[in-house]
Design a protein around this ligand. Structure first.
Ligand SMILES: [Fe+2]
Length: 368
């Protein structure tokens, strides 16, 4: 348990020396806004009880005292004392490098160690359920087997961790050969790897696909770890990587009663430079509308990324068999399939949101 060896203060903030030697600076406004005392946070839900506008304009500090495992900070303007458990202060220190935990990047080699879990065990056993959700979070996908080959089970699987996200395709959608297909997915043609629905805002974070009838003559699943390809592009061609991150491009889907449009970058970074999303869908990419002077270089970068997606070392292929169900991160893992002949093939799919999966997983991890 970390403790405080020394505390120094001036009007602007507090400098804390923790028992492990870490020295951290906390500013007056931050300390007052994050007051952990009883008058500042609700006892039951820990939510903040005041608005930032209610604080005095002057948030200069008058004193800082350590009592047992707490730090008390007094403010000059109104004499208010904010209280902080030392361990909380340590966990929330902000003048440091934030660690970037890279996800488990993978490629074709994963074929021999696919993350597969038994459906009944996932339902009954917290640890197995946690392992399935961890696979989706860390590797971008996790497969269930022995899922009953009954219609609608794909929604039941989404309800294990969250809620089905209904769209204009319905609560679930059928992936099988159709006579007048509204989408290439409903033919027997092969499908290039892609992320689904980049024309939505927000893009569905998760997709689930349940195989009810597999085809003996093809229709194999292709998966590509978009984060792995994007990280490789960042290393091999930083300029091309930058173009795909910095410029937003349009996507569109038009159906009988829908006209969905959204813009976004092919590779999306967060404020710390970490890749958080990939959008790639050859079928629904709308005419790019970048400034004329950027178009040529952008297309070079776009074509390079598209070619990299087809590199054999990135392409994971396997056959989703009857009763298998795959949940995957639709903003990381690109999916596609090989073509198949005239025979039957039937999958059902649905979308869900990633935040509820991550929330369910955090709760399970905290209990374990
Ligand atoms: Fe798709």
């Amino acid at each position: 348990m970390v403790s405080l060896n020394e505390v120094m203060h001036d009007q602007q903030g507090v400098t804390a020396v923790f028992s492990d030697g870490t020295v951290s600076r906390f500013h007056g406004a931050w300390l007052r806004d994050n007051d952990r005392g009883q008058s500042a946070r609700h006892a039951d839900n820990d939510q903040r009880l005041f608005d930032i506008t209610e604080l005095p304009d002057d948030l200069s500090i008058e004193g800082a005292v350590v009592t047992d495992d707490h730090l008390d900070v007094a403010f000059a303007a109104d004499g208010h004392v904010a209280r902080f458990p030392v361990s909380w202060l340590f966990d929330n220190r902000y003048d440091r490098e934030h660690e970037t935990v890279l996800p488990d990047l993978w490629g074709a080699h994963l074929k021999t160690s696919l993350p597969v879990f038994d459906f009944s065990r996932v339902l009954e056993d917290d640890r197995t359920r946690m392992a399935w959700l961890q696979a989706v979070r860390d590797q971008g996908f996790g497969i269930l087997e022995n899922v009953p080959c009954e219609e609608g089970m794909v929604c039941r699987a989404a309800e294990i961790f969250g809620y089905v996200r209904e769209t204009n395709y319905g609560r679930l959608f059928e992936v099988r050969s159709e006579e007048n297909p509204v989408n290439l997915a409903y033919t027997g043609l092969g499908l290039n790897v892609h992320t689904d629905n980049p024309y939505r805002d927000p893009v569905p974070g998760l997709q689930l696909l349940h195989c009810l009838i597999s085809n003996p003559d093809g229709g194999d699943t292709l998966l590509v770890d978009g984060f792995h390809v994007a990280e490789t592009l960042r290393r091999e061609n930083p300029a091309a990587f930058g173009l795909l991150c910095e410029n937003w491009v349009p996507f569109r889907y038009r159906g009988d009663s829908s006209d969905l449009q959204a813009r976004g970058p092919i590779i999306q970074l967060n404020d710390r430079g970490r890749i958080i999303a990939v959008r790639y869908n050859n079928r629904s990419a709308a005419p790019f509308d970048l400034p004329a002077e950027k178009m040529e270089a952008y297309y070079d970068a776009y074509r390079l990324f598209a070619k990299m997606l087809h590199r054999p070392e990135f392409e994971l292929t396997f056959k989703l068999t009857d009763g298998q169900l795959m949940a995957f991160d639709n903003q990381r893992v690109l999916h596609g399939r090989k073509g198949f002949g005239g025979g039957k093939r039937h999958l059902q799919g649905c979308y869900a949101d990633k935040d509820s999966l991550l929330s369910a997983l955090r709760v399970l991890e905290a209990q374990s």
